[in-house]
Design a protein around this ligand. Structure first.
Ligand SMILES: C[S@@+](CC[C@H](N)C(=O)[O-])C[C@H]1O[C@@H](n2cnc3c(N)ncnc32)[C@H](O)[C@@H]1O
Length: 239
């Protein structure tokens, strides 16, 4: 499965999110504002973005003065993240790795986050165990994802906008527990059963407005609803 997943994202790296390249500063402002809302600290933190793709979130957080690493399975995506970071004059560390077995040391991160990754993981349990391992006690996890591949009435979308996706994910998608019905309620339940205390969740209306304002034809309209953001804290061992 991972071979197909990596082949797809290597392929998509050439055009993924490039529709928004002309408004990268506006997008970075949206993420900076969200990070300011959730981090509530002026202290420099150590953060990790898993499934960083073109690195927009990692770059936004690093531009706020934090120490940020981005991990991705796809080398080509990491190349895009590196090019974007250079263009923005921001320093981030990049590392090839699997979200279900991240090649980094235990307990070194204050904040671990991902956007649009959970749905494509064959073993979300392992991903959450890795977050728990990498975070310091009391560290913060942020998961952003959405309801994909379904119509507003809950029925399944027959095919995606991308034929290569349909081809490479055909045998993979049925084995992804959160590709379907990826609701915030399901994620909060899952997170709670992995040693996290859910702090809050909300729809990212602010990010969705940004997508709509700069919408390439039909892109934001293809969302079933605005993406959701779940925040949870690793429960301290001593508690
Ligand atoms: C939908 S893209 C999201 C990229 C980025 N987070 C964003 O929102 O712009 C999914 C990303 O997750 C990466 N990915 C997929 N499976 C992964 C895994 N098991 N471990 C790490 N990265 C993975 C893909 O290579 C791709 O860059």
């Amino acid at each position: 499965m991972k071979n197909n997943i990596v082949e797809y994202w290597d392929f998509r790296s050439s055009d993924y999110h490039t529709e928004y390249a002309h408004c990268i500063d506006e997008e970075m402002d949206v993420w900076k504002s969200i990070f300011s809302e959730i981090l509530l600290t002026d202290k420099k933190i150590r953060a990790l973005e898993v499934g960083t793709g073109p690195g927009i979130l990692a770059i936004s957080l690093a531009a706020m003065g934090h120490d940020v690493t981005g991990v991705d399975l796809s080398e080509s995506m990491l190349g895009k993240a590196d090019a974007n970071a250079r263009e923005k004059g921001v320093n981030i560390s990049l590392l090839q790795g699997d979200a279900e077995k991240i090649p980094l040391k235990d307990g070194e991160y204050d904040f671990v986050f991902s956007k649009y990754l959970l749905w494509t993981l064959p073993q979300p349990d392992k991903f959450l165990d890795e977050h728990s391992r990498l975070l310091k006690d009391g560290g913060l996890m942020m998961i952003i994802d959405g309801l994909w591949f379904q119509n507003p009435d809950g029925t399944e979308k027959e095919c995606s906008r991308f034929s290569r996706f349909d081809e490479l994910y055909a045998d993979v998608k049925p084995n992804l527990p959160l590709a379907k019905n990826n609701t915030p309620e399901r994620i909060t339940d899952l997170v709670q059963s992995h040693g996290f205390e859910v702090v809050s969740w909300r729809f990212l209306d602010d990010y969705f407005s940004f997508l709509e304002r700069n919408d390439p034809p039909g892109h934001a309209a293809a969302y079933t609803q605005p993406p959701h953001m779940i925040l949870a804290k690793k429960i301290s061992q001593g508690r």
